[in-house]
Design a protein around this ligand. Structure first.
Ligand code: CDP
Length: 227
């Protein structure tokens, strides 16, 4: 089975996709981490965030690995280095939507994401999974939430990493990133026509996961595992 979960920043995609993966025995793929990893490397290497060729090469050559900590928390490694926390640093969050707008970056990462999806039994989360990467996914979900709630969720997530940012600042950053992601010309963030939309503003994680589980049980998996 392939489940695609898309939605704007802070709508709960990572938490929900991980939980759905555990519940249904699906591999969890965080596609945002791939765009963040390219951004982190570009910043570290002083590559211009306007250089489509150089960013495309970074994406093509990205040695990225998803793994789990001893406690089962998802970890991301690039070239053998654990970058899980670095990927969530404010500078990466501010710059990632510029990197993600580049055609060569998107092409390179889309091919990787498809290859992972077509290994089967996966839940992928991102912005264009149901529209571009896996338009034939068995189930497509579009998560939303009010911007205030999304900023508070992001604030708590950063605090766990020891980073303190005000909810107002995060709200501005989230709105700016959503605007870049929804208005770019290639693979913009938008709800797939046939997606189940869930507003998570007033729902618990458990309630959202149960809803997705029920939808997954209803559709079953009959599309041959191709994207
Ligand atoms: O966790 P959060 O919603 O803040 O972001 P993320 O899923 O880590 O994605 C970070 C950024 O990567 C997004 O704002 C997009 O610019 C980009 N992205 C994308 O363009 N396409 C995807 N499939 C996933 C992420």
């Amino acid at each position: 089975m392939i489940i695609a979960i898309d939605g704007p920043a802070g709508s709960g995609k990572s938490t929900i996709a991980q939980a759905v993966g555990e519940r249904l025995g699906l591999t969890y793929v965080d596609t945002g981490a791939m765009y963040r990893a390219v951004t982190l490397l570009a910043l570290e290497q002083g590559i211009s965030l306007e250089d489509d060729d150089a960013l495309g090469s970074l994406a093509l050559e990205l040695e990225l690995e998803f793994s789990e900590s001893a406690q089962g928390a998802p970890r991301v490694q690039v070239g053998g280095r654990d970058v899980t926390n670095a990927l969530r640093e404010p500078l990466v969050s501010q710059k990632v939507s510029y990197v993600a707008a580049h055609r060569k970056v998107r092409e390179a990462l889309k091919l990787r994401q498809r290859a992972m999806a077509e290994m089967g039994d996966v839940v992928l989360e991102g912005r264009d999974i149901g529209t571009v990467v896996c338009p034939r996914a068995d189930l497509k979900v579009f998560l939303t939430a009010s911007v205030g709630v999304r900023a508070i969720r992001r604030k708590r997530q950063l605090e766990e990493q020891g980073i303190v940012v005000s909810a107002k600042t995060l709200e501005r950053e989230i709105l700016l990133r959503d605007s870049h992601d929804s208005t770019r010309s290639i693979a913009p963030l938008k709800k797939p026509r046939d997606a189940v939309e869930i507003d998570t503003t007033d729902l618990s994680i458990e309630e959202v996961v149960e809803r997705i589980e029920a939808e997954a049980a209803a559709v079953g998996s009959d599309r041959g595992g191709s994207c």
